[in-house]
Design a protein around this ligand. Structure first.
Ligand SMILES: [Zn+2]
Ligand SMILES: [Zn+2]
Length: 273
């Protein structure tokens, strides 16, 4: 079936929790049917990639999910924000203040999100913590034996980042990618920028031999269904997040389709949907 962004955009605000699950030996997903965060393990603590929407519901969801998987939230050393929207930075302050997580994001999106949340005039959309560690194209975020390769992929937001992470499945190494922004933006120029960024990221994914994917909006990659497989996976069954090098490139066609459809439709502001 063809992905229908207009019909599903509202789902990003879902509060229907999905049971958390490890999708790789060193990576777990915690979230709802609409939005999720990611835990990356290292021998020196945890990276929390994205922090979902603001508020106690999501703070508890992340902490409870971590404990269910055997993690201690106090082990979060780094909070990595993919891009400057409140569904990815929401609980940031909680983890920074309560557990001392050090936040990282791009400087462009740090400045962008402050303004975006002020202008949105929505009590649920706020950005309330300081960031002074910034990432950009080509940076490698390291914590112990974990690495996150960072790429600047503006379009969805002006300073969005996408990531490639070395992961293991039953001990076998893979390279997993996250396209950090999702819905194409409302301004025409930004849609062209989105497509340029996607082209660049696909090139980097080929270079790094990406053969697996993960997500921050599971509606975009059948993530909920694949998480269910992982919760009940038999040892000999393939990991559904490992899709092969050509498979990953084919998957990015979804984002190309979204931007091309959006341009054809005259550019829609999905955040208002
Ligand atoms: Zn966003
Ligand atoms: Zn989002």
């Amino acid at each position: 079936m063809k992905f229908d962004l207009m019909g599903t955009a509202h789902l990003t605000r879902s509060r229907v929790a999905v049971p958390p699950v490890k999708i790789f030996d060193n990576m777990a997903i915690i979230g709802t049917e609409g939005t999720n965060c990611i835990i990356i393990e290292s021998d020196e603590g945890l990276i929390l990639l994205d922090a979902m929407w603001p508020g106690e519901f999501f703070e508890n969801l992340i902490e409870d999910g971590m404990r269910q998987l055997g993690y201690d939230p106090a082990d979060i050393k780094i909070l990595l924000i993919s891009h400057g929207h409140p569904d990815h930075s929401g609980c940031g302050r909680h983890f920074v203040e309560k557990y001392g997580a050090v936040p990282y994001m791009s400087k462009v999106d740090y400045l962008f999100e402050k303004e975006f949340c002020e202008k949105a005039n929505n009590p649920e959309w706020y950005f309330d913590f300081e960031v002074d560690h910034f990432l950009d194209e080509g940076d490698v975020l390291e914590l112990g034996n974990a690495k996150v390769y960072c790429f600047s992929t503006p379009g969805h937001t002006p300073g969005g980042l996408s990531f490639i992470v070395p992961v293991y499945d039953q001990g076998r190494p893979h390279m997993a990618a996250l396209w950090g922004g999702s819905a194409p933006p409302p301004a025409l120029e930004a849609n062209y920028q989105y497509l340029d960024s996607l082209g660049h990221f696909v090139e980097m994914c080929r270079k790094y031999h990406v053969d697996a994917d993960f997500m921050n909006h599971p509606i975009l990659n059948n993530g909920v269904e694949r998480m269910a497989v992982m919760r009940n996976r038999l040892d000999q069954v393939a990991n559904p997040f490992v899709i092969g090098e050509e498979g990953y490139v084919r998957f990015t066609g979804l984002y190309r389709q979204l931007a091309e459809d959006n341009i054809a439709a005259g550019c829609i502001d999905y955040t208002k949907g």
